[in-house]
Design a protein around this ligand. Structure first.
Ligand code: UDP
Length: 140
C-alpha cells in the first residue's frame, strides 16, 4: 500500500477542551505521522471557502460560525492509505453513530462539534492541503 497524505483539522470544540494532544495521540497510534501542523484562527472567508461544497446545506451557516468560534489545528498526515486510515480513526460524522475507539466516539460533543475533519478522497486531500499549507511547511 502506498504512503499518501491527507488533511486534518482539530476543530474548535477539541482545542477548547484542551484535547489537541489527545487527538494527535490517537492519530499517531492509528499509524499516521503528523508531517505539518499549525494552530490558526480561521477567517470567515477561509471557512466559507473550505466548506464551499456544503453552502446549500441547512447546517452551513452554523458550521461556519462553529469553525471560526475558536482556534483550530490544521495538519497534514502521512501514512499508508492515509485518507482511509484517517477516516477510520475519525469515526462517523455523528458521534452517536461512531464506532467505539474512534476519535469522534471517544471525544466529540455533537454532529457539528465533532472534533475532527478529515479529507474524504485523495483528490480533496491535495486541494485541502494546498488551501492551508505551502509545500515547504510540510516536512515528511
Ligand atoms: N455537519 C453538521 N450537521 C450535519 C452534517 C454535518 O453540522 O447534519 C458538520 C460536521 O461538523 C461535519 C461537517 O459538517 O463534520 C462536514 O460534513 P460532512 O458530511 O462532510 O462530514 P465529515 O466528512 O466531516 O464526516
Amino acid at each position: 500500500m502506498a504512503v499518501t497524505r491527507t488533511f486534518s483539522i482539530i476543530k474548535p470544540d477539541a482545542t477548547r477542551r484542551n484535547l489537541t494532544g489527545a487527538v494527535a495521540k490517537m492519530l499517531e497510534e492509528a499509524g499516521l505521522r503528523i508531517v505539518a501542523s499549525k494552530r490558526i484562527r480561521m477567517s470567515r472567508e477561509q471557512a466559507e471557502g473550505f466548506y464551499g461544497v456544503h453552502k446549500e446545506r441547512p447546517f452551513f451557516a452554523d458550521l461556519v460560525a462553529f469553525m471560526i468560534s475558536g482556534p483550530v489545528v490544521v495538519q497534514v498526515l502521512e501514512g499508508e492509505n492515509a485518507v482511509q486510515r484517517n477516516r477510520d480513526i475519525m469515526g462517523a460524522t455523528n458521534p452517536a453513530n461512531a464506532d467505539a475507539g474512534t476519535i469522534r466516539k471517544e471525544l466529540a460533543e455533537s454532529i457539528e462539534a465533532n472534533s475532527v475533519h478529515g479529507s474524504d478522497s485523495e483528490e480533496n486531500a491535495a486541494i485541502e492541503i494546498a488551501y492551508f499549507f505551502k509545500p515547504e511547511e510540510i516536512v515528511g
